[in-house]
Design a protein around this ligand. Structure first.
Ligand code: SF4
Length: 228
C-alpha cells in the first residue's frame, strides 16, 4: 500500500489535471441517469448522449418509456452495443420501478442491483451522482489506473472498490472516480499509456523511469545483502 503522503500527492495531481471532471452522460433526473448508465455498457458516453437526447426528448419519464413497445424502444437505441439486451433490460427495469418503487429510482445499492441491467458499478454511479450517496464506482478505467498507480493491488473491480474506499476519504470518492476515469481516457490508455506526458509519472509505480529506478535500487540492495 502507498504511503498516505503519496496518496495525497496523487489526489492533488489528479485534481489539478482534471479540475472539472464529472460524468459526461447527459441527464436531468435520477431515472434518466439510470437509463443512460445502463446504455453505457460497452458504448461511449458520446454515443449514449446522442441516443438519449432523442429518447428523453420524446419519452422523458419512466411511464413514458414503459408505454413503448420493445420494437419502438429498440429503434431508439439501435446504435448502442448490445441494444437488444439493453432494450429488454430497460423495459423490465421501467416496469419494476413502477410496480415496486412507485415510479422512483431506489436509493440503496441492494435495491438498485435488483433491476435488470444494473450491476454494482451502475448502482454506484447512480448513488453517487444522482443522490450524493457515498459510493466508489469502479469501471475498467478506474480499475486499470488505480492498479497502475499503486492505489490498489487487486484482481477485480470489487476488490479495487474496497481498496480505494480505504485509501481515499469518503467525501472525495465521487470526484476521485471521475478523475481516474478521465486519466484513463486521456493518458493512461489500456494498451499504450502516455507515461511521457503524464503529470503523475513521478508518483506512479508503473511509470517506466520509476520502475527502472526501483530495479536499480533493488539490484544495489541485493548486491549489498550478506545473506544473498
Ligand atoms: S505514469 Fe503511465 S502508467 Fe502511470 S498513471 Fe501515468 S500514464 Fe498511467
Amino acid at each position: 500500500m502507498l504511503e498516505p503522503g503519496t496518496i495525497t500527492e496523487i489526489l492533488t495531481a489528479l485534481k489539478a489535471a482534471y479540475p472539472n471532471a464529472q460524468t459526461e452522460l447527459e441527464y436531468r433526473t435520477p431515472f434518466q441517469l439510470l437509463i443512460a448508465t445502463i446504455l453505457s455498457a460497452q458504448c461511449t458516453d458520446q454515443r449514449v448522449n446522442i441516443i438519449t437526447r432523442r429518447l428523453f426528448h420524446d419519452h422523458p419519464g419512466v411511464e413514458d418509456i414503459a408505454r413503448l413497445s420493445i420494437a419502438e424502444l429498440e429503434a431508439y437505441i439501435r446504435s448502442a452495443g448490445l441494444w437488444q439486451t439493453k432494450a429488454r433490460n430497460i423495459m423490465k427495469t421501467c416496469r419494476i420501478l413502477i410496480e415496486r418503487f412507485g415510479g422512483e429510482v431506489p436509493q440503496t445499492r441492494e435495491e438498485l442491483m435488483q433491476l435488470p441491467g444494473v450491476g454494482r458499478k451502475t448502482a454506484n454511479v447512480v448513488l453517487a451522482n444522482a443522490f450524493d450517496v457515498p459510493a466508489f464506482a469502479v469501471d475498467t478505467h478506474v480499475h486499470r489506473v488505480a492498479n497502475r498507480l499503486g492505489l490498489a493491488k487487486s484482481k477485480n473491480p470489487e476488490q479495487t472498490e474496497q481498496q480505494l474506499m480505504q485509501a481515499f476519504p469518503e467525501h472525495l470518492w465521487k470526484d476521485a472516480h471521475h478523475w481516474l476515469i478521465q486519466h484513463g481516457r486521456r493518458l493512461c490508455h489500456a494498451r499504450k499509456p502516455q507515461c511521457g506526458r503524464c503529470p503523475l509519472a513521478n508518483l506512479c509505480l508503473s511509470a517506466p523511469k520509476r520502475r527502472s529506478d526501483q530495479e536499480v535500487q533493488y539490484r544495489q540492495e541485493d548486491s549489498q545483502d550478506p545473506y544473498r
